[in-house]
Every structure is written in C-alpha cells, then in structure tokens.
Design a protein around this ligand. Structure first.
Ligand code: ADP
Length: 613
C-alpha cells in the first residue's frame, strides 16, 4: 500500500486553501489468496497472465510519443509498436523521480470528438474563475472550467476565460501569450493600473488580469501574502471594468465559487447601470463549504456600499450574494443539490431561489483524461486493449519500490488501490487512515508471501506536507514515515499532475471515501483509466457510482458503494468480490464526458440570456 502528498501551502487560512496527497494502497498479496478482496470466491478474475506484461503493444518508449491530435479513444497502431524493452524503468533510487522526467509537450487543442454537432444559436460565454486546469489548478474547479469551456467551444460557442495572472502560473503552458493593454481598475479609493494579457490554453482563449499591486503574487494559487477575499473582489470588478472599457458584451458571464460570487452584485448594482446591458450571470457552486464571508468594509473597498448589503443577519457572504444576484445557480450534482437544500447556512437562501437552482453533474474532459493518448503514461491503453494498463501498473510499482525486482509478472497479481485527494476532513481522512491500518494489519496477519518482503523507502524531494490543518499534515507525515519503509504502502505528500495521471492508469481500485462530495472527479477519472471505484454514498459519488451488489439495477453497476461513515462500512466495501476484468472494461466504457452534460449548461445559458439587447 502507498501514500503520497505535499502541495502549495497557504501561509494564511484562506477559505479554499488546499493540500493534496495521493494515497496509493498497494496490497502485496496475491489476487488468488487475498482476503482483502476476497477474490478466491471468483477464480475467473485471477487470469492475470504474466506473459501479457511483455506484450509489446501499446508502449511508449521513454515517453517519446507525442499526444495524438486525433479523435480520442482508439489506440493508434503506429504509436504502440515500440518495444517493451525500450522503456526506461524507474526505481525509487532514481535521482529524478519518474513523474518528474521530461514529458513531450502536450498539445491537445484539436483533440476531441470530431462529430459534435454545432449548436444552432451560438453565444459568447465568459468564465470568471479562480482556477483553470492545468495552469492554475488546485482541485476539481480547475478541471471543470477547462472541460466545460472546451466542450462549449466544440459546440460552436465563443468562449473566454478570465483568470488572475497568478505569479505562480507556468507560462510555458500558455500559447501566444501577449500583453494586450493596460487599464485602471478600482480598489480602496484608488485606480490600480492593471495589465491584460491574452493567451491560449488547450485551445481556450484566456484573458489574464494582472494588477500592479501585490494581489496574486506568491508561489501558489491560494495562500499568498494578501487578503484573498479583497483580491478576488478586486478581480471580479476588474473583469467587469475590462468588459466595459473594451466594449465587450458577452451573452453569459459564468462565475464560480465564492471567489467570484461578488461579481453578480457588482454587475447588477453598478456596471449594469453603466454600460454593460447584455450579459446575464450564471453561478456554479462547486463546494458549499466555503461561503466567502466578508465584512461590510471589505465590500466597500471594491466600490459598493457594504453597509447596504449587511442585512438583518449582519453576515455577508460573497457566495450568498452570488446566489441572490445571479440569473441561474448551478451546483455540480443532483444529489448535492438536494443535500444543500437540507443543510448548511445557505439552505434557506437556496430554498428561496429554488426556481433558478439546478443540479448538473460535472463531466471530465476525455481528451485531457484519455489513457489511449495520455502523454504522461509509459504505455497507452483503452477498453479494447488493456495491456498497456498492466505496464503502467508495473511502472508505478517499480518506481515506488513496490515490485520485487526479477519477478516482473507477479506485481500484476497484487491489487493496487489509489486515493488521490486533498488532505481535508471532507475527504474522509479518518476512513483513509483506517484503510492504511486495515491493509497493514492484513499484511502482518498473513506473512509468508515472499513477494511482499521488499522494503523500499520512497524519497520525496518536495517540501513536507502542508495540509490546511497543520495537525492533519503532521499526522500524515508521521504515517508516511512509518509506512513508506514497508512493502505495501506509499504515502506521497505532493501535488503532481503527471503523477496523478500515472496513478489513475496504474490503479486497480480508486478509493473516494468522502464524508461529503459535491461531485467528485477522481472516481470518474479513475473509471476512464480502468480503476474500479470504491466510494461513500454521498453527493456526486452517489450519482456516478452504483454498487455491484445492488441487484435492482445491474446494468448500472460499476463499483462499490458503502453508506456509513464508520470504518466497518468501508472495510465491507473493500472486501467485496468481483469479476474484475469485466468491470474494468465496463467502467472504461462509461461516458462521463462533458459531451453529456455541457448541453444542460447550454440550455440554462439559453434560458437566461437577454435576446433583445
Ligand atoms: P476537489 O475539487 O474537492 O479537490 P475533485 O474530485 O472534484 O475534488 O477534483 C480533484 C482534482 O484534483 C482531480 O483532478 C484530482 O486528480 C486532482 N488532485 C487531487 N489531489 C491531487 C494531487 N495530490 N496531485 C495532483 N492532482 C490532484
């Protein structure tokens, strides 16, 4: 079993500061006799043939393959005939960890289903967001903005994304980056000179806002040495100001989370009285945990009279303002919508605005998350040819010191459980630590298997874990020290997009034991990469994963679902038997793409847009 973590660490306590980690549960037990998965009840699934690991198909040699600019989903033979032996296999003692090797540049702008019909009534949609994958991604918000924007572009709409020009953005990922203008935007009694850059990210036009003050400086997206709430209020107004000075009137301004929840107020109470008439506002709530609570004087600093908005509750929240002032409000799954109407400080507000509140399940961008073309994988695969997945698994096992050298076939018989998550309570940390204890106990109580005698310490060159809760960070650092020296678990406290792709590809099981989960992308990405999900029944997890033992809807069954928040129910889910390869192929074929759900957003955009402007 394995676990990994460490990520950009906020120095203050912004509402949405994240620390991420991978939990890779790696059971160095034979499928055949593994009590943990109880596979002996279904011998059919044991057919992991060792020689298949050496099948030369679907290999990339030392990552020299360029991402395919073709329709995703099918392996291209010309890229898969490289020799297995050409792979440079990683080892834990490598000076450069395998996920930090050089990868081919990844230009997927033309990748995507080619047969997507264009919508008949194209709109101009502008996203105003704090995150965008891959250049400023902290969690699912970044993935969603990029995926939805690309889906709408492919359907024939004009899309722009407004993003703060964070100092930490890796500019190498931005094409055609250029300073296009400088204008002034208001903050706290002054007009701040602000640069506007334009660039293209994965085919999406992006407008970067760079104020000349200290906002958005620092080494991470969140947690810089500035007042985050004031910075995002400034950003929200700066976007509207830019639309005004450039005479741009999009049909839809789509804001996300509390960070840009102030924009609808600024629009309806200020800019709509000035020159912006046409735009209508859509807000997506990705997570209700953070409200963007603010003081009246903070609101006043962006030019509004804060005292007017401090209502009888005397509790100001940018998210609440966004809900009240937006033309439509969306949250990211139907089940989470119901949950938010029943609990939480803003439930009453949402109930009052129920008629404009919708639940739309997120999708994943199947061009970015595509095991058949993924530039980060040592071998490609798809639902019709899963040989490459075995290579990916062996590659990760060796790189992390989990595979006994000289026994290349055996590691494939060891189930690999991966958990890729932020280290926050929402993600079910006590269930994750339970899973660690559970696996360790199994290994200790079932000695005698020579394949789990290897002990390799995975070195982590990243700074130590910096979970938002320092106590949690320390706990996981302690667990990493304790378990990373063993043969069955790795705890990697780091943020790495490349490693996340490799781990999804390597995993047999992706574990998502969240206490609550608005939508969750890890289970969808995992399925796309042939990892069977084990999830807690909550929010979007309940909308996307259906239990194999639920006989009422066998056609939907695609994973394991447990309901309690106690360790016993997770153990129960992990103990379930199954016909493995059948499920792997089934989950890979499920369509969780934006093709399915972008249309629902388009319908909402269409229903609120102003047609007479
Ligand atoms: P949340 O937005 O609450 O973090 P989601 O499941 O919606 O959860 O999205 C999480 C996204 O962040 C996924 O794309 C996941 O792969 C990614 N992620 C989480 N932890 C890490 C990490 N340590 N390194 C790289 N990517 C991570």
């Amino acid at each position: 079993m394995i676990l990994q973590s460490c990520s950009p660490q906020p120095t203050s306590t912004p509402a949405n500061c994240f620390s991420d980690s991978f939990l890779v549960l790696h059971l160095k037990k034979n499928f055949k006799s593994c009590y943990f998965y109880n596979f002996k009840k279904r011998p059919k699934i044991l057919k992991h043939e060792m020689h298949s690991l050496y099948c030369p198909k679907s290999l990339s040699s030392n990552f020299k393959i360029q991402a395919l600019e073709t329709d995703a989903g099918k392996l291209d033979d010309t890229t898969t005939k490289l020799e297995y032996d050409d792979l440079i296999w990683p080892s834990p003692s490598d000076e450069i960890p395998f996920w930090k090797r050089e990868f081919p540049s990844w230009d997927i702008k033309t990748v995507g289903p080619v047969d997507i019909p264009k919508d008949s009534d194209p709109m101009h949609i502008v996203h105003v967001t704090a995150e965008m994958a891959p250049i400023a991604k902290v969690g699912g918000l970044g993935d969603v903005v990029t995926g939805l924007a690309r889906a709408c572009l492919m359907r024939g709409h004009k899309v722009d994304v407004f993003l703060p020009f964070y100092e930490c953005i890796n500019k190498l990922h931005i094409k055609e980056l250029a300073l296009t203008s400088t204008y002034n935007s208001y903050y706290d009694g002054s007009w701040i000179p602000t640069n506007v850059y334009r660039g293209v990210v994965l085919g999406i036009p992006v407008i970067f806002i760079e104020p000349s003050n200290h906002f958005f400086k620092g080494q991470s997206v969140y947690g810089g040495a500035y007042d985050e709430l004031e910075a995002y209020l400034f950003f929200s107004r700066a976007c509207l100001e830019w639309l005004q000075v450039s005479s741009t009137q999009p049909d839809i301004i789509h804001v996300h989370e509390w960070q840009t929840g102030g924009l609808p107020l600024l629009y309806w109470d200020m800019y709509h009285y000035l020159s912006l008439k046409k735009p209508r506002i859509v807000l997506t709530i990705h997570n209700m945990e953070h409200y963007g609570e603010c003081r009246a004087e903070q609101l006043s600093k962006c030019g509004l009279d804060g005292s007017i908005y401090a209502t009888e509750e005397k509790r100001l929240s940018l998210l609440k303002g966004g809900i009240v002032y937006s033309n439509a409000v969306v949250t990211v799954s139907p089940t989470y919508l119901k949950e938010t109407l029943c609990s939480g400080w803003l439930a009453g507000t949402l109930i009052r605005h129920r008629d404009k509140y919708f639940g739309i399940l997120n999708g994943i961008d199947t061009a970015i998350w595509n095991p058949a073309t993924d530039a980060f994988l040592p071998a490609k695969f798809d639902a019709n040819n899963v040989e490459g997945k075995k290579i990916c698994k062996l590659f990760v096992q060796r790189g992390l010191g989990l595979a006994p050298e000289g026994l290349p076939g055996d590691p494939d018989k060891v189930p690999l459980v991966v958990c890729i998550t932020r280290l926050v309570a929402q993600k079910g940390l006590h269930l994750i630590t339970n899973a660690i204890r559970y696996v360790e106990a199994l290994c200790v109580s079932s000695p005698g298997n020579e394949h789990w005698a290897n002990e390799i310490l995975t070195e982590n060159s990243q700074p130590p874990s910096t979970a938002p809760d320092a106590r949690v960070g320390r706990e996981f650092e302690g667990l990493a020290q304790l378990h990373n020296q063993g043969s069955s678990l790795r705890i990697l406290l780091t943020y790495s997009e490349e490693l996340s792709h490799m781990l999804y590809a390597a995993a047999d099981i992706v574990l998502v034991p969240s206490i609550y989960e608005p939508c969750g992308l890890a289970q969808m990405i995992g399925m796309r990469y042939g990892a069977v999900p084990v999830v807690r029944k909550t929010g979007g997890l309940a909308d996307t994963v259906f239990d194999m033992d639920d006989k009422s809807q066998p056609e939907m069954a695609n994973g394991f679902v447990f309901e309690g928040i106690d360790e016993g129910s997770l153990n129960w889910a992990l103990d379930q038997p199954n016909e493995w390869m059948g499920i792997v192929k089934k989950v890979m074929q499920m369509d969780n793409s934006w093709n399915n759900t972008a249309g629902k957003y388009i319908d909402i955009y269409s229903s609120v847009r102003a047609r007479d402007q």
